[in-house]
Design a protein around this ligand. Sequence first.
Ligand code: HMG
Ligand code: MG
Length: 313
Amino acid sequence: MIMERIYITDVAPRDGLQNQSVAVSTEDKFTLISKLVEAGIENAEVTSFVSPKAVPMMSDAAELFPKVQGAFPQLNSFVLVPNLKGLEKAHEAGVKEVAFVLCATEMMNQKNINMSLAQAIESTLQLIEESKRLNIRSRTYISVAFDCPYEGETPLPRVVELAKKVYEAGTDQIVIADTIGSAAPAQVTERLNAILKYIPAEKIVIHLHDTRGMAVANAWAALQCGIRWFDASVGGIGGCPFAPGAAGNMATEDLVLMAEQSGFDTGISLEKLLYAVDHAQQVLDKTLGGGSIKWLRQNVRATTTLNPKTLNF
Ligand code: HMG
Ligand code: MG
């Protein structure tokens, strides 16, 4: 039987690390990315070109990116940029894939990038245009697409409208983000189906945080809607410094286990992913891992890609 493929972008080096309290060296970030590549990760958000005052942890982007690109030319290495200055810096560093963030509420844009919603829309459309001119692929987040930590539930028609705008502007992927991890599967289904009336499933990525332990259930709901692109973060590390209450992202190992056991191929080795979790644990000096980590540590042994038939239940 040919297993259907799903695609994972590991955002741990950017979303996972941006909000940590301990300093992480460029070398340790590079090692984390190497371990992800060894595990079979083909897409990663490796850093962000943002104001070092806003996010000090990402201030080594211009040093880290060329090292990663040089060592892993096969990796689709996305970097997040918040404005034209960030795009220029990314272009200078040789970046070929960027991520833009358009928050769906007024307050979240103010907190995240110091712009109003109207300014953020205009800026994002300009960034998409400029990235096309520079021949740089882009993914555009619609952040707080479910709930906003400042404004409560985000109106669905606005989320649909913003997703349509960036799709029509020609961004390559639209990333629907549950920034504070407040969604449940029913809302994921409702919101994705509303968006899917206008945008094909292959253009959509779902980015889930796991604050309420529902990220994997939400990923399953997205799979049922036809979504095949997912963001996740190894060890479940993550959170936005400007979104209070945003806990870690969906753990990559949870997503891979759920998907493979449900008959989807991810191309990722769970055993090798555990080495990346180990490294992140050591660097961040805390216990990490998604809901499946205990089981994985006891059951995933010296096999490469997990074959559901060999699982030892
Ligand atoms: P500002 O203070 O309004 O900007 O910040 P500014 O233009 O006045 O510039 C202030 C200083 O930053 C200046 O330096 C600029 O040169 C510099 P100074 O003259 O003071 O020395 N600067 C930059 N430096 C490097 N790279 C740049 C850049 N731009 C300006 N790109 C700004 C506005 C957007 C810069 C700031 O608010 C910022 O950097 N924000 C980044 C926010 C961020 O990284 N948030 C986390 C990522 S979003 C997220 O996590 C959500 C996501 O995971 C999806 C989800 O879950 O929802 C993606
Ligand atoms: Mg996030």
